[in-house]
Write a new protein. Structure first.
Length: 180
């Protein structure tokens, strides 16, 4: 039987997956970008939002956005925690993907999101054009879901996190009766 934490987190990841399925891209992106905040707050509610977000990125997403390039096989970061946090702030607070005005941003100036090409199966993910990162929206959102699932495995047995999960939102079905 899933824990309270697992059930509540699954409500959020299921909502992102449903938004992807319905091609409701704005909804998928908004909720996916909020998930590291939710996990970070459950893990340590006293740290600053930026620090929680960047730590989550470094622990669970960084490897997805780092590739070995060229013969030297040096690691190249397409995306880092500061730039993803800048995207989160810009998109969730202003509906923008331009991050050049965000103080915390590090390398990137903005993002381009592409819908999946269902007919030609073109994969358009992690292309960097000057200081703008191109991401395929469904892949990006699914990478965040995978990271959240990894976080869940790492922290699901922490009692304090389980207790904080009790405070997470429930959306009740009035046809099943409501008990408070």
């Amino acid at each position: 039987m899933p824990t309270v934490l697992e059930s509540k987190i699954k409500n959020f990841t299921n909502a992102v997956e449903k938004s992807i399925e319905d091609e409701n891209w704005h909804s998928a992106l908004a909720l996916a970008l909020a998930l590291p905040d939710i996990c970070g707050n459950l893990q340590d509610p006293n740290r600053s939002t930026a620090n929680k977000y960047i730590s989550f990125f470094n622990d669970f997403l960084k490897q997805k956005f780092t590739r070995k390039i060229g013969e030297s096989k040096e690691n190249y970061e397409y995306l880092n925690g500061k730039d993803m946090y800048a995207l989160r702030c810009s998109f969730l607070h202003a509906g923008e993907v331009e991050i050049s005005k965000q103080r915390i941003r590090d390398v990137l100036d903005g993002y381009i999101f592409l819908k999946p090409d269902r007919h030609n199966r073109v994969f358009a993910h992690m292309n960097k054009i000057n200081d703008t990162l191109q991401l395929q929206i469904d892949v990006f959102c699914n990478e965040i879901i995978q990271a959240v699932n990894e976080w869940l495995k790492a922290y699901s047995n922490v009692q304090e996190i389980q207790e904080r999960a009790e405070l997470m939102i429930d959306i009740l079905d009035p046809t099943n009766g409501i008990s408070i």
